[in-house]
Design a protein around this ligand. Structure first.
Ligand code: NAD
Length: 379
């Protein structure tokens, strides 16, 4: 059983799919590990550390993946990359499948058995494999650090001989994993924090972190959660009522952090141009949803836009801005999943096709797109 970890080819991707710790554990499962030279550098891991953990180093991507049974990646491989994978290889990554059906078809036609880590069901057994949580938690933390760095004032209240500095007001929109971590981080920095979400369950979580919950709590709100615990797309009427409440609130905020997402849908637009214009000079909006269309009308992927003195921060790949930590957690998520695909006694791959984790994440197999949400039959 050969497991390969190539360099991520996307220049905007500093994370890596294995760490010395997970290499050791994969070796413990009976695997031969090949890491491409330099794969860990952007995450602060030297080649020698991978070697010391039991990996072999390969000079090129081609040498790394040649005859590999499993390829571990952060991002979905491009056709150029998987041209060198053997047919039938398992490829496990954050596949970004929504809207990318052609790329999935290409992987299927190349004979790859691909798994999307972000489709892992949110059940207790799979918590350790939950990449959305492990990465969103870091993004929420980093959003506050980025927001505080762009904000030209202090976050906590300070009473000094030269006068009193007021605490910054931080408003977090979307109180899922990223939002809750943003709330906790902003509170630790001394900000006065409020938050909103469309899921009623979020209210108690927000309050338990010491922040105030702001939302229109009507009948629609009370039922606005799917059985999977995700947000539903809200009606136009609800969105209008909520926007009016939020508009009045945003005008008084110093830093707004938006994290609102709906799986498989464009991010809801929550902060309009007018709302940005209502904010004070020097205020900051950090849009964590920028790669999914953005929660703020004015945000641009990969840019800090300044509009009438308000900065709108739209960094791409925010977990990658904490690459060492993000890789460490992502690699552990991957290891936990790989462990379920291996027969430990035989030290060989033994994928249980009827396992709900496999069924939920497997995108392509036997030359076809097999996932019910992405297969042509479904479309
Ligand atoms: P997400 O990344 O899909 O979305 C972020 C947040 O935005 C969510 O809380 C969502 O409700 C909110 N949102 C969507 N539209 C909005 C709007 N118009 N206005 C305001 N907020 C809006 O969510 P997530 O971080 O993945 O978390 C979703 C849920 O899953 C949470 O309840 C979380 O606690 C739960 N969860 C469960 C597990 C588990 O059981 N293993 C693991 C992680 C998360």
């Amino acid at each position: 059983m050969k497991i390969a970890i190539p360099v991520e080819t996307d220049e905007a991707e500093p994370r890596v799919a294995a760490t010395p710790e997970t290499v050791k554990r994969l070796v413990g499962l009976g695997a031969d590990i090949v890491v491409q030279a330099g794969a860990g550098l952007a995450s602060g891991i030297r080649d020698a550390e991978f070697e010391a953990a039991g990996a072999k180093l390969a000079p090129t991507a081609k040498d790394t993946v040649a005859s590999a049974d499993v390829v571990l990646k952060v991002r979905r491989p491009t056709p150029d990359e998987f041209a060198d994978y053997k047919s039938g290889a398992l490829v496990i990554a954050i596949m970004d499948p929504y809207g990318n059906e052609a790329a999935l078809k290409a992987m299927a036609e190349a004979g790859l058995v691909s798994f999307a880590m972000e489709l892992m069901p949110r059940i207790t057994r799979a918590q350790v494999m939950d990449v959305l949580s492990s990465q969103a938690n870091l993004a929420g933390y980093r959003a506050v650090i980025d927001g505080a760095a762009e904000y030209g004032r202090a976050m906590p209240m300070m009473m000094t001989a030269a006068g009193t500095v007021p605490a910054a007001k931080v408003f977090v929109m979307g109180a899922g994993v990223a939002g809750l971590q943003a709330i906790a981080t902003a509170r630790r920095l001394g900000a006065v924090v409020t938050a909103t979400d469309v899921r009623p369950a979020a209210k108690e979580q927000v309050e338990s972190l010491g922040a105030k919950f702001i939302a229109v709590e009507d009948d629609e709100f009370k039922q606005a959660e799917t059985s999977g615990g995700y947000a539903k797309e809200m009606s136009k009427e609800y969105q209008a009522k909520q926007a009016a409440l939020v508009a009045a609130h945003i005008a008084k905020q110093d830093i707004v952090i938006t994290t609102a997402l709906i799986p498989g849908r464009p991010a809801p637009k929550l902060v309009s141009k007018e709302m940005v214009e209502s904010m004070k000079q020097g205020s900051v909006v950090v849009d964590l949803a920028v790669e999914r269309g953005g929660n703020c009308e004015l945000s641009e992927p990969g840019a800090v836009v300044v509009h009438e003195g308000v900065k709108i921060v739209g960094h791409n790949n925010v977990p990658g801005r904490l690459a060492a930590t993000a890789s460490a957690l992502y690699a552990k998520n991957l290891f936990a999943f790989v462990e379920t695909l291996v027969d430990k006694a035989a030290k060989a791959l033994a994928v249980k096709w009827d396992d709900e984790l496999v069924k939920a994440t497997c995108l392509t197999k036997d030359g076809a797109v097999v996932h019910p949400s992405f297969s042509p039959k479904h479309a």
